[in-house]
Design a binder for this molecule. Structure first.
Ligand SMILES: [Zn+2]
Length: 400
């Protein structure tokens, strides 16, 4: 009798459950193409935010799932052009492994996607509760940045100072933290998420910051000052927009004499002051590359092969130390790559790395780390490990 009642209740619950796609949270993004309730099959594409860059990032919560239910998520490219006559290639929104969470906090990889001839990536996921979080990669949104900065500030006390870099064009705070004494002889600037969709870059940043706040980095903190911005393009990260190739230009093409974004202008002011007062040692920008890039790599300075003197020595030393420390599971390419796809000197000068080179000193190095996102190790753990290894690279580099 009890069993019959239980089955009756269960039957009622199942018949009433309705799958529902929710995206009204920080970083949420999905345009539903189709939803087959009976089959538990959802087709999405990244929603286009006009003028806010590539439609490649997606992140959603599926409500009304049943524990043990198999969900099929199909991801296709956005069909509308993101700029005149250009539709974004499907590869940008289709990682081999998508990210899944059953509690909205801990993220792991799905099984490997199956791919169809129609350029659809299919992910199969078994639900564990009534909600399921699915995303292009592990999300890292302003709330995560806030939590990280608060934790590091609490841990380090007087050794750290939080600051608001700027308010975005939409009025949101862009927050950062300074670790070490402001007038320390060695000065480092690190920022992530100039391209909003590249969440892996922010996880590498978190790994780096947590390492810098650890006991292992005591000496580094006593001799250096590290300025760290976990998310530059706060507006697009919040909206779940891609950011890359936003209009009039994205953050990493905005480092001109008259920036469009207040956070870029504020970073320039602070960096100029750092260079004038103490000299800037390292500028670092954290990104994620293309789907086919299976190892992390650094973009080095244009004309590296023609460099000489202290500048050449410093860049060479950096890449050698990085390859000695960033050893896996996401092992860094031991040679610099160069962003040769950026054709003109004018555009190169508007990239943050180029700006930092032009406004730094003879000994300044400015590097961009592109951490591979399309590998089995491109997980929270994998990214945090790269971040800690990057910290060790930095500490050894600055020891001299
Ligand atoms: Zn990027």
């Amino acid at each position: 009798m009890m069993k019959a009642l239980f089955l009756l209740l269960l039957g009622t619950a199942i018949s009433h459950a309705e799958l529902r796609v929710v995206t009204n949270f920080e970083g949420g993004n999905a345009e539903v193409v189709s939803l087959d309730q009976a089959a538990g099959r959802l087709r999405i594409m990244p929603a286009l935010h006009e003028g806010r860059g590539w439609p490649c990032w997606w992140s959603l919560r599926l409500e009304g799932v049943g524990a043990g239910q198999e969900i099929t998520l199909e991801v296709q490219a956005q069909t509308k052009p993101f700029r005149p006559d250009t539709v974004l290639n499907a590869s940008w929104c289709q990682p081999d492994f998508a990210s899944v969470s059953h509690d909205g906090k801990t993220w792991r990889h799905t099984a490997k996607a199956e791919r169809t001839a129609e350029k659809v990536a299919i992910y199969k996921i078994q639900a564990e509760g009534t909600s399921l979080w699915l995303a292009w990669g592990p999300p890292f949104v302003p709330a995560d940045a806030e939590k990280l900065l608060a934790e590091v500030q609490a841990k380090l006390g007087d050794e750290a100072e939080r600051f608001e870099l700027a308010k975005t064009r939409d009025g949101r705070p862009v927050n950062g933290i300074r670790i070490g004494k402001a007038d320390a002889p060695r000065q480092v600037w690190v920022n992530a998420r100039q391209h909003a969709w590249e969440s892996g870059g922010a996880w590498v940043g978190r790994g780096l910051l947590e390492w810098i706040a650890s006991d292992e980095a005591k000496t580094l903190r006593s001799q250096c000052c590290i300025h760290f911005i976990p998310i530059m393009d706060v507006d697009n990260v919040t909206l779940g927009a891609g950011g890359k190739e936003a209009l009039p230009q994205d953050h990493n093409r905005d480092w001109s004499a008259a920036p469009h974004y207040p956070e870029v202008a504020a970073a320039q002011r602070r960096l100029t002051e750092i260079q004038q007062k103490n000299g800037l040692d390292v500028f670092m920008d954290l990104h994620n590359p293309g789907a086919g890039d299976r190892v992390p790599f650094f973009f080095g300075p244009f004309g590296f092969e023609r460099m000489s003197g202290l500048r050449q020595k410093n860049y060479q030393r950096w890449i050698e130390l990085a390859s000695a420390h960033i050893t896996g599971p996401l092992k860094v390419d031991p040679k610099y790559r160069f962003a040769n796809y950026v054709k003109t000197d004018e555009e190169r000068g508007r990239m943050s790395s180029g700006w930092a080179r032009a406004h730094g000193g003879e000994g300044t190095i400015s590097v961009t780390l592109e951490t591979a996102w399309n590998t089995p190790h491109s997980t929270v753990e994998g990214y945090l490990t790269v971040g800690a290894q990057l910290g060790r690279t930095l500490a050894e580099y600055l020891r001299e």
